[in-house]
Design a protein around this ligand. Structure first.
Ligand code: NAD
Length: 299
């Protein structure tokens, strides 16, 4: 399948690395983004620039999208100048953005009516995972579509699981994000208690890592908290977008998710204090404020 041409739409923080990895694996790539500056330097990595969504799609065998949120995915996939009216040759589309599961299912039905198979394949692993091609990819949609695009996904990720029918990939991603947010809240809370009690927080983290409280968050983000490095990483604003998707889906289904609701409020508090552009670990600053530990709002 290495001669399969990929139309890649959405060359942002994640998409840029993913498209470059596809080209490095031998797939011809037609890259498109609404921002011309996003396309700079891609020719050097052997990607071809496409001037429009239609050009990237109709010139390709398979389309991959990596867009910010539901409205952009809807515009690119089923909008008036979208993939729906200029489909790729294999009529296969893989949306790797994190968007609404309900909107995904609706678009899959709309595209299927034109003989186009839509798979939802959101990812976890961040820009580092995107660059190293070690993303976790959770795929919803048809088994045939999944089998056909698997080699494409293997050029971008390491853990690749077909989790169910259309929309299931997005639902799994919501589960991922709610665990991340709630776990980070727990880590922040432990740090707040430990600090108030005068503990050595580096030792607290070290010993907790070896026991049942150990987690990715404690491993990777607690050191950023201890270093008071609120800046880099997965942004508070992006997490709020994902928590919005979780809360909307939970509301639609009538599933109470009390811990998600509380975590969402703390993230909103962080954004209200100017932390939207900071990394996720800036959640510790909410606890700083609750315990009157900070002088200013933003770092
Ligand atoms: P980003 O904003 O950096 O990139 C999105 C790109 O899409 C931008 O370059 C933008 O110009 C382009 N775009 C927007 N509308 C378009 C349109 N109509 N046509 C063509 N291009 C368009 O976002 P990102 O950080 O790369 O994230 C992409 C998706 O992946 C999001 O859904 C995000 O939630 C998810 N995600 C991000 C991370 C992360 O750490 N950044 C991790 C996992 C998942």
């Amino acid at each position: 399948m290495a001669t399969t041409t990929i139309g890649f739409i959405g060359i942002g923080t994640m998409g840029r690395h993913m498209a470059i990895n596809l080209a490095a694996a031998g797939f011809p790539v037609l890259a498109h983004d609404v921002r011309p500056e996003a396309l700079a330097g891609l020719a050097r990595a052997n990607l071809t620039i496409a001037a429009s969504v239609a050009a990237a799609s109709s010139g390709a065998d398979v389309v991959v999208t990596m867009l910010p949120d539901t409205p952009q995915a809807q515009e690119v996939l089923v909008g008036p100048a979208g993939v729906i009216s200029a489909p790729p040759r294999q009529r296969l589309v893989v949306d790797m953005s994190t968007i609404s599961a309900g909107a995904t299912k609706a678009m899959a039905v709309q595209l299927a009516a034109r003989g186009i198979d839509l798979l939802d394949a959101p990812v976890s692993g961040g820009p580092v995972g995107a660059e190293k091609a070690t993303l976790s990819i959770m795929v919803g949609g048809s088994a045939e579509g999944f089998a056909a695009v698997r080699p494409v996904l293997e050029a971008m990720g390491k853990t690749i699981v077909h989790v169910g029918a259309s929309g299931a990939g997005q639902t799994v991603k919501m589960c991922n994000q709610l665990i991340v947010a709630i776990n980070l809240m727990g880590v922040s809370e432990a740090m707040a208690l430990g600090r108030e009690a005068g503990l050595d927080l580096a030792k607290l983290r070290e010993v907790l890592m070896g026991g049942a409280a150990g987690s990715w968050m404690l491993q990777n983000l607690a050191p950023q908290m201890l270093a008071k490095n609120a800046g880099a990483g997965f942004r508070i604003d992006l997490m709020l977008k994902d928590l919005r998707l979780v809360n909307e889906a939970a509301f639609e289904m009538g599933v109470p998710l009390p811990a998600t609701a509380l975590a969402t409020q703390l993230y909103l508090e962080a954004r209200a204090h100017g932390e939207g552009g900071n990394g996720n670990q800036a959640l510790y600053r909410v606890y700083d404020r609750l315990t009157a530990q900070v002088e200013g709002d933003a770092p």
